[in-house]
Design a protein around this ligand. Structure first.
Ligand code: SAH
Ligand code: SF4
Ligand code: F3S
Length: 472
């Protein structure tokens, strides 16, 4: 077995000394003030980032901080950033800007910025020159060094810009402070090798590297034993799991192994790449007990010309082939996707191709995005589609998908569904909300004890985004 992409355990042990040092300091603070220092972790971006933030929060707790849920109550703020689109970067920069006044009020406040955005040199420079009150900055390869960086910053008092590691490795054994007691993220591989021509991820997350099967199985087993009901395996290209590391098993083998764990829970995974959506994987899903019948399979475009320009390594025929095999094996499977509108060179005909694919496949749900040029990626240098055209196409896509999703949801009205309850709905406080096996939202009149449990539900109506009904 190849262990070359696993961080040597000594490196994690070295962090323990820094954790212990911070812990002593924070315990002394507790003895003096009767309360612990607070740490606030703010997360932008995808589930992978949320999973990383749970490690940053876990490390903060190990260092003797109380994790708090507002920046005003914090003595340490960590902003975990995203770089996927311009909007994500602007939001993070704007929040970091707002923290300046907190630092004025509390000069001992420590502010750190980490994650994908600041793994780019030009953004690291932005922080350096435009946000002088930010204390330290570190990229995605340095998460496990957070305790060391914090200690060094506090000891030296100077601002720190962690140099990027040239090697991106898998760090096992970091403490995790999970946000939920019934839904969990489990990162199984990191990084991406695909270099889709629009995407920044391979530049800010390094090459693919997979965890070994053993620790993953152990982690999922522990979660199930603790009562977790919905466990999502994460990776940028989750179904290429294992390929990078020369393991004698692949993603389908891992799923089959995890499916053997006994208990009442759903297993999910994201995000899959169509090039790695093998029949073996679909067969394992179809035969499984625990794997939710939901496949998120980003298509990005329904034009073969654009898919080629995106460097996606499949065409629409291949995509349709996967979809029909999935539906053959799992007639009730929920299929969701990501679409980029207005990629450079997208003509009206190309866009019509995307709309046609939406009609042909009939996606249950789409995450659609207007193309955003990312510095350093090939597509940023291509001829851009004017903003007005992008916007108009985006609206047409949403309108069509709205009709499709609404029609897809109708046959489920009146049928019993199993819903994992998330408690009182944030958008609709009069109701409780939960998620179906297909990860669709359901609203109903619930009770506090439903939270974190499966409830039997029947919908009396559905729109494009949700089901509305009652507990059975
Ligand atoms: N690794 C996953 C997710 C990547 S980011 C995958 O391969 O699908 C999530 C989605 O953001 C992508 O699927 C894509 O639709 C979108 N995206 C990525 N880069 C983008 C860009 N530059 N502009 C607009 N959308 C983008
Ligand atoms: Fe980005 Fe493509 Fe990798 Fe997904 S597969 S993270 S879209 S480069
Ligand atoms: Fe954003 Fe990084 Fe995820 S760029 S989408 S947080 S991998």
């Amino acid at each position: 077995m190849n262990k070359n992409n696993i961080l040597p355990p000594e490196e994690i042990e070295a962090q323990q000394a820094y954790i212990a040092r911070m812990r002593r300091d924070n315990d002394a603070y507790l003895a003096e003030h009767g309360t612990r220092r607070g740490a606030f972790v703010l997360t932008f971006g995808c589930q992978q980032n949320e999973a990383d933030s749970e490690k940053l929060a876990g490390l903060s707790e190990a260092m003797g901080y109380t994790v708090v849920d507002c920046p005003e109550a914090a003595d340490l703020i960590v902003v975990n950033t995203c770089a996927i689109r311009e909007h994500a970067e602007q939001k993070a920069l704007s929040i970091v800007g707002q923290y300046k006044h907190l630092k004025t009020k509390n000069p001992s406040l420590v502010i750190a910025v980490c994650g994908c955005m600041v793994t780019q040199e030009h953004r690291k420079d932005d922080i350096k020159f435009r946000y002088p009150y930010v204390d330290f900055v570190f990229g995605t390869s340095s998460i496990h060094r957070f305790p060391q960086l914090l200690c060094e910053k506090l000891a030296k008092g100077k601002r720190l810009y962690c140099p990027e590691e040239t090697e991106y490795l898998v760090a096992e054994g970091l403490p995790i402070r999970r946000e939920s007691s019934y839904r969990a993220w489990v990162s199984i591989m990191y990084g991406c090798n695909n270099f889709c021509s629009y995407c920044i991820v391979p530049y800010v997350r390094g090459r693919e590297r997979s965890r070994e099967m053993g620790p993953i199985v152990e982690e999922v087993r522990e979660l199930v034993a603790k009562g977790y009901k919905d466990i999502t395996l994460l990776g940028q290209n989750v179904n290429s799991y294992g390929k990078d590391s020369g393991y004698p098993y692949d993603f389908a083998d891992l799923l089959a192994e995890l499916d053997k764990i006994e208990g009442d829970f759903y297993l999910r995974f994201m995000t899959s790449h169509p090039k790695d959506a093998s029949r073996k994987l679909i067969d394992v899903m179809a035969a499984s007990e625990h794997i939710a019948r939901h496949f998120h399979l980003p298509m990005q475009s329904g034009s073969d010309k654009i898919l080629k320009a995106m460097n996606r390594h499949y065409d629409t025929a291949r995509y349709l082939d996967i979809v029909s095999y999935m539906r053959e094996k799992m007639p009730d499977v929920t299929i969701t996707s990501d679409i980029i509108v207005g990629f450079p060179g997208e003509s009206e005909e190309d866009f019509e191709g995307t709309l046609n694919m939406l009609r042909t496949v009939g996606f249950d749900m789409l995450y659609s995005f207007i193309y955003s040029p990312r510095k350093g990626t090939p597509a940023a240098e291509m001829e851009q589609v004017p903003r007005e055209i992008q916007n108009a196409r985006f609206d047409r896509l949403l309108a069509l998908q709205g009709e499709i999703a609404k029609a897809k949801n109708q046959p489920l009205v009146g049928k019993p569904l199993r819903v994992l309850c998330d408690g009182v709905s944030k958008n609709n406080p009069a109701l409780y909300s939960g998620r179906t096996e297909g990860n669709k939202i359901a609203f109903f009149e619930g009770a506090p004890e439903d939270t974190g449990k499966f409830v039997d539900f029947v919908a009396d109506r559905a729109d494009a985004f949700a089901f509305y009904g009652k507990k059975i």
